[in-house]
Design a protein around this ligand. Sequence first.
Ligand SMILES: [Zn+2]
Length: 306
Amino acid sequence: MSFSSDIKKELLSYNYTGRHCLTAALAAVINISGYVGTRDSHRFIIIHNDNTELIEKTADIIYELFGRSVSIGKGNNIAIEDQSLISEILKATGVKDSADFSVASPIDFYVVSKNCCKRAYIRTAFLCCGSISDPHKHYHIEFVDNDYEHADSLKRLIANFGITMKIVERKNHFVVYCKEAELIVDLLNVMSAYRALLELENLRVVKGVRNNVNRLVNCETANLNKVISASVRQIEAIEYLARQNRLDQLPDSLKKMAEIRIMYPDASLKELGEKMTPPVGKSGVNHRLKKICEIADKLKGDNNYG
Ligand SMILES: [Zn+2]
């Protein structure tokens, strides 16, 4: 089962209590998965979706709203030819004739004036044409619409909840989509897809922890690089002193320090100190190595300008 089909299962089990929400849901199904046409001066409505449960639920909604049963034909189709039922459905849902290209917004905003009805419309739109990527891979939710006007009004409807979606054209379809995890969580909340929401939030927590660990590891690596470049500098200074036959002239404490540094090039200051006899603290080691570098630098300066 994909993440999308899990969500759809959850959304399909949602029970509407008011006629207003049922009407909004039916409007979404007809606008997205339906066609309203005229043949021989008779109107007809065809509703088709690959999701069998959605088609069954639509038949139930029509029965609940209008008290009329519609049959589901082959290929998940509902064909309505009863003229009075069609009039009632179109009047209630505000769905425009598919041939009427003059309408500004295919969504009748009177039908979705209540918040619960906006959510019912969006929820049903997702059932009709929505999908969501597996959040383990990436964050992406989309509604694939075949009508630009409808895609645009869906985008505006979702914007009512402070969620900004984008539209892109893909193979003659208009895709209303979003890639931001936080907004996807908000949208799942609007659709009442609570199980999916929790799953996504848990995943975000895990990912967040992992990012923090990565940040810490990077930080440690940066420290390690600092240790190594300091060691390289100190060893260069010691080797320079050795080439200049000055190592023997160093006070014993520094000479011993230099030997240990050369023997353990990747040891930390603390580790170097532990190898000294008697052991020396970290700041003592730091002080001695600094001193060695200074002596080498001074000698280099003298040799260059002397
Ligand atoms: Zn409602």
